[in-house]
Design a protein around this ligand. Structure first.
Ligand code: P1T
Length: 387
């Protein structure tokens, strides 16, 4: 494909967007331009590339692919999901106010609370499942609305369209962390959000071998400001990591379909299991926002949170007994992962807040991989039998 035609289907874009054959050699795969700098003909006369913190051809191709998949005009890539968050927060200045959902990844809360709050930014954590709470929380100095949907780890949803509309009417920039759905199952820009942010470490790369982040944006002005910070702060991904995530993206549509199939089946299995107290999965009719899930997502994905009957002892025995599911932080890889949010991913959330949100000792978070369903179910069966 010579130029990216965004009318093409998702799978076609995933494989081709930003990646025409390399013009000199015809190499079908985008080369890893492992260079920090670029020769200039005369001072200031160059090919468009000067220094790899500012731009690198492998990153350019990867960013074009990210933008096409999210249905956005521009994408910016970062060395981690949190580096992408950091870049967005630099749009604000001391005294500005942020409204954030009350359940977000522990590291997102930590960068807000421990890095930007001491620098003079103000934060309110609000239950955004009720859009009227946003109306109440917006103040004259509110500049940013931060949504994560589904949330990590309680899988609550927020109505992106309604919230982005409220924010826009008050000149508040709206950002959606789309990590759990990936660009395949949810398109926040189409619902009116200004910014989409991803930890590409998860589904987008999908192979648990890269840490990375991305921002996708339509507005020329926001893009220019964010691009300035991307270069000025410098938390950019290495060319090799750009190549790896771009390779991962080529199968995003195929992987997400299987994550979704396994997610639905395992959620249904858990819901019937006598040793399970409760299951949270947007695809179950028992999820309080199942209708919203059907409206703004085109699949339900592979993330499931459940409460095992009992407490920490039962959780530990279950987690230690699994053979196929790996007990590890992170999610969204081809291999199934499982973890204990209270002790692992959400330890940086204050204990009292964890309690309010239901991040209890018997809560377990599952990232269903793309293995054979029967093997995953057998593994869960044998681990439950030991509890
Ligand atoms: O780990 P990093 O690439 O910096 O991304 C941070 C991040 C941002 N947003 C969401 C929704 C996330 O889940 C994460 C990272 N989360 C985990 C490592 C985890 O196990 O939940």
């Amino acid at each position: 494909m010579k130029e990216t035609n965004t009318k093409l289907g998702f799978g076609t874009l995933a494989i081709h967007a930003g990646q025409p054959p390399e013009p000199r050699t015809g190499a079908v795969m985008t080369p890893i331009f492992q260079t920090s700098t670029y020769a200039q003909r005369s001072p200031g006369e160059h090919t468009g590339y000067e220094y790899s913190r500012t731009d690198n051809p492998t990153r350019t191709a990867y960013q074009e692919c990210l933008a096409a998949l999210e249905g956005g005009k521009y994408a910016l890539a970062f060395a981690s999901g949190l580096a992408a968050n950091d870049c967005i927060l630099h749009l604000l200045k001391p005294g500005d106010h942020v409204v954030c959902g009350d359940d977000v990844y522990g590291g997102t809360f930590r960068i807000f609370d421990k890095v930007f709050k001491p620098m003079g930014l103000e934060f309110d954590y609000v239950d955004l499942t009720k859009p009227e709470n946003l109306d109440k929380a917006i103040r004259p100095n509110t500049k940013l609305l931060w949504m994560e949907t589904p949330t990590n780890p309680t899988l609550k949803l927020v109505d992106i369209e309604k919230l982005a509309k409220i924010a826009r009417a008050k000149n508040v920039i709206s950002a959606v962390d789309n990590t759990f759905m990936s660009s395949f199952f949810q398109k926040p820009l189409a619902f009116g959000a200004d910014l989409v942010v991803h930890s590409v470490t998860k589904y987008m790369n999908g192979h648990s071998d890269v840490v990375g982040g991305a921002i996708i944006v339509n507005s020329d002005d926001l893009y220019q400001r964010l691009k300035f910070y991307q270069n000025a702060i410098g938390a950019v991904p290495a060319p090799m990591d750009c190549f790896l995530v771009m390779r991962g993206l080529k199968t995003l549509h195929l992987r997400m379909e299987r994550h979704d199939q396994n997610g639905r089946a395992i959620a249904a299995y858990l819901e019937k299991h006598p040793k399970v107290e409760k299951v949270i999965y947007p695809g179950l009719t028992s999820h309080p926002q199942h209708e919203l899930a059907k409206k703004q997502m085109t699949g339900f994905g592979g993330m499931i949170t459940f409460y095992i009957k009992g407490g920490l002892k039962e959780s530990r025995t279950f987690l230690e007994s699994l053979q196929l599911f790996t007990l590890a932080e992170s999610l969204g890889g081809v291999e199934s992962l499982i973890e204990h949010p209270a002790i692992m991913t959400h330890a940086s959330i204050p204990a009292e807040t964890r309690k309010e949100l239901g991040i209890a000792d018997n809560m377990i978070r599952v990232s269903c991989g793309v293995e054979d369903l029967v093997d995953l179910r057998n593994d869960l069966d044998q681990a439950f039998a030991r509890v």
